[in-house]
Design a protein. Structure first.
Ligand SMILES: C[S@@+](CC[C@H](N)C(=O)[O-])C[C@H]1O[C@@H](n2cnc3c(N)ncnc32)[C@H](O)[C@@H]1O
Length: 262
């Protein structure tokens, strides 16, 4: 895996003359450029890793773990299953799945950010059933039909090629295997407007004053704008040959989860 550095860190992360609108414009352009997006995302998560869990709890107003527990319950996980947690980050989903089955499942967490994985490995040091590997989700080193279930939490939105990512997931699942995605969704109506305001104005301020930089938290609403809605995702999953697709909205649709089977 070769990560060519565009040195976004120097360009943005340490910028003293912070300019919200300018950064937003730059982020939106980067999101349209596949390879640059991947490098940007990789460097961004390496950069925010130490604050990631704390910021997640603040932004989600304490609902992050509860939501993850809910989506895990949508899959009939049984002892001995082989389960993937893609874009595992600091490993919460992997750990929660493991706890649900009393550590009697075999979980592989995958992420390309070394810094996020360091935290995940530390949090899961007493879980011998969880293995973390550094890899790109678009080029996974596993044989086809290898896993009974695959989870991805707030990860799909970050991939430079969504279609390729979903096809890779399908390739790795056993026939009948479960795929669960959890990510930001698109909320409508007044609640949608309020949530948009929260994501665009308040969340970057949390980023600035708590993490010390608003950029990663401006990336959040920008990447969501470019990401398909839950309805479009369901359509895409169908088009790619997944079955029994079901969408569940949370928080007025500002967060959504799709569950499907191969
Ligand atoms: C928003 S975090 C989600 C972490 C965790 N799943 C959670 O729910 O909190 C997204 C993670 O995806 C990882 N990521 C993004 N694109 C990736 C890719 N192409 N391959 C591997 N990991 C990727 C990032 O490094 C980051 O850790």
């Amino acid at each position: 895996m070769v990560f060519q550095s565009y040195n976004f860190k120097r360009a943005f992360f340490n910028s003293n003359n912070e300019n919200f609108m300018e950064k937003k414009h730059i982020i939106k352009n980067i999101l349209d450029e596949g390879d640059k997006k991947a490098v940007f995302v990789h460097e961004m998560f390496d950069n925010i890793a130490s604050d990631y869990d704390r910021m997640n709890e603040i932004i989600s107003l304490g609902g992050n773990i509860k939501l993850k527990k809910r989506i895990i319950k949508t899959v009939p996980i049984k002892k001995g299953m082989k389960i993937l947690d893609l874009c595992t980050g600091t490993g919460d989903l992997a750990i929660l799945i493991s706890e649900r089955l009393n550590k009697e499942v075999c979980i592989t967490g995958v992420d390309f950010s070394q810094k996020m994985l360091e935290i995940a490995r530390n949090k899961a040091k007493n879980y011998e059933n969880i293995d973390f590997i550094q890899a790109d989700v678009l080029e996974l080193p596993f044989e086809e039909n290898s896993f009974e279930a695959c989870f991805i939490g707030y990860g799909l939105r970050n991939l430079k090629d969504l279609r390729k990512g979903l096809l890779e997931i399908k390739r790795l699942l056993k026939p009948g295997g479960y795929f669960v995605n959890l990510d930001l969704g698109k909320a409508g109506g007044l609640s949608g407007q309020l949530i948009k305001l929260y994501m665009n104005k308040i969340v970057p301020l949390f980023g600035k004053y708590i993490h010390g930089d608003s950029l990663p938290y401006q990336y959040l609403p920008c990447s969501n704008e470019k990401f398909p809605s839950q309805t479009e995702l369901v359509k895409l999953l169908k088009e790619l040959g997944f079955n029994n697709i079901m969408n569940t909205d949370f928080m007025f649709g500002s967060i959504a989860s799709q569950r499907a089977q191969k």
